[in-house]
Design a binder for this molecule. Structure first.
Ligand SMILES: Cc1cc2nc3c(=O)[nH]c(=O)nc-3n(C[C@H](O)[C@H](O)[C@H](O)COP(=O)(O)OP(=O)(O)OC[C@H]3O[C@@H](n4cnc5c(N)ncnc54)[C@H](O)[C@@H]3O)c2cc1C
Length: 363
């Protein structure tokens, strides 16, 4: 079968990796660089890893795997009747088409947005790195995991870092866990401004409803917007993302969507781990095996500078401490979620137990 994948991010590349050898696999990618690790970008900006370490796969790897890689080529529209992908370069026939177009950062809408940048692509990281090395400070807007990763790594590298966050809590966690995360990052030098809404930016900082915060290099990490444009242009149903069923099928025959661009039952994913798991489940489905992905269940490990934290399942509410690094969350006597700090090796074990719905005594 001819499998055509739009996007060379973790979803697209993992799918190609698994299906190559069995099928004729082609990737269409609009960026003109090899696949790189987005979770490593803040480590690169902070100077902890060299640029070449961001690229896990070489051109040779694609060649050996017999994956046809079209870099610098934009997928424009899907001709669903003729089963062809129309690109900026040519038309590519497919038997199965997988949209793995990811998401783009939600930029600021306030006055002075030209003084604020976003971080998604390698070229963004290169620009931000250059500026941070010049001005030696960073003002991060948004306390989601991307903002915290960047803040943690830059502070660890010795830069002056401020983080402005609209809400009072971080990562959707309660007050107690928020305070612990803040303390860990503050110890490394991050200055937090919580419950502060950015209203306007200028060259030297940001005006918030709680005062002016200085910072030359401003990076906005307000979350992401799924790239669903190709679906809309091709008459494929989309909501916030490209709508899929529990087998990753879109509303068009033989067209699937995985990763950050896909929306299942009102849910978006948003992590590299989820995009790769989507790819693995889709591979099984395409092989004719019964498999499904649990969209309700989330589990990710983040590293904010020196501080690691794993968020497993449902982590809202009060929770119970198992030890001084592990907090678990219960519903009707069953463990439905856990937060693990520092000792994240426990994550896999806890993930299994949370999925099995064990009681706290069985942990
Ligand atoms: C700075 C940063 C830090 C992160 N840290 C973590 C982390 O610690 N842990 C974690 O799990 N996740 C992390 N993430 C999130 C993670 O990177 C994403 O969830 C993941 O990359 C999504 O994978 P994807 O394959 O769905 O899409 P993407 O990685 O976004 O890849 C989509 C690709 O499709 C291409 N594309 C889009 N439209 C077209 C088109 N029309 N034609 C051709 N090509 C197209 C894009 O250029 C892109 O290369 C981070 C993200 C960023 C930006």
């Amino acid at each position: 079968m001819r499998i055509v994948i739009i996007g060379n991010g973790p979803g697209g590349v993992e799918l190609a990796n698994q299906l190559s050898g069995e099928h004729e696999v082609t990737i269409v990618e609009r960026e003109n660089v090899l696949h790189y690790s987005k979770p490593m970008l803040s480590h690169y900006i902070a100077g902890f890893v060299d640029r070449e370490k961001l690229f896990p796969y070489s051109f040779d790897w694609y060649e050996k795997k017999e994956i046809t890689l079209n870099l610098g080529v934009k997928a424009e529209v899907i001709d669903r009747v003729r089963k062809r992908l129309i690109t900026s370069d040519s038309e590519i026939p497919y038997d199965i088409l997988v949209i793995a177009t990811g998401a783009r950062p939600r930029g600021p809408t306030f006055e002075g947005k030209e003084f604020v940048q976003t971080l998604k692509m390698l070229q963004d990281a290169e620009r931000i790195k250059e500026q941070i090395e010049k001005y030696e400070d960073a003002l991060i807007l948004g306390g989601g995991f991307i903002g915290l990763e960047l803040a943690g790594n830059l502070a660890k590298a010795g830069y002056k870092v401020k983080l402005v966050h609209r809400g009072g809590n971080l990562l959707g966690l309660g007050e107690e866990l928020t305070k612990i995360i803040m303390k860990k990052l503050e110890d490394d030098g991050v200055e937090f401004y919580l419950n502060a809404n950015a209203l306007k930016a200028d060259e030297n900082g940001v005006f918030t409803d709680r005062g002016y915060v200085e910072g030359k290099v401003k990076v906005c990490a307000f979350g992401v917007i799924p790239n669903r444009e190709i679906a809309i242009k091709s008459g494929i149903h989309a909501g916030r993302g490209i709508l899929i069923d529990d087998h990753f099928r879109t509303s068009a025959k033989d067209v699937y969507a995985i990763g950050d661009c896909a929306e299942y039952n009102g849910m978006l994913s948003g992590t590299a781990k989820a995009a790769m798991e989507h790819a693995r489940v889709l591979v099984n489905i395409l092989r004719g095996n019964e498999d499904s992905y649990d969209f309700e269940f989330r589990s990710t490990v983040f590293k904010f500078g020196n501080f690691s934290i794993a968020l497993i399942g449902k982590t809202k509410g009060d929770g119970n401490w198992l030890d001084n690094k592990t907090k678990v969350f219960l519903r009707e006597g069953k463990v439905v979620g856990a937060v693990v700090m520092e000792d994240v090796r426990k994550t896999m074990m806890l993930e299994r137990k949370v999925k099995a719905g064990v009681s706290i005594d069985e942990l």
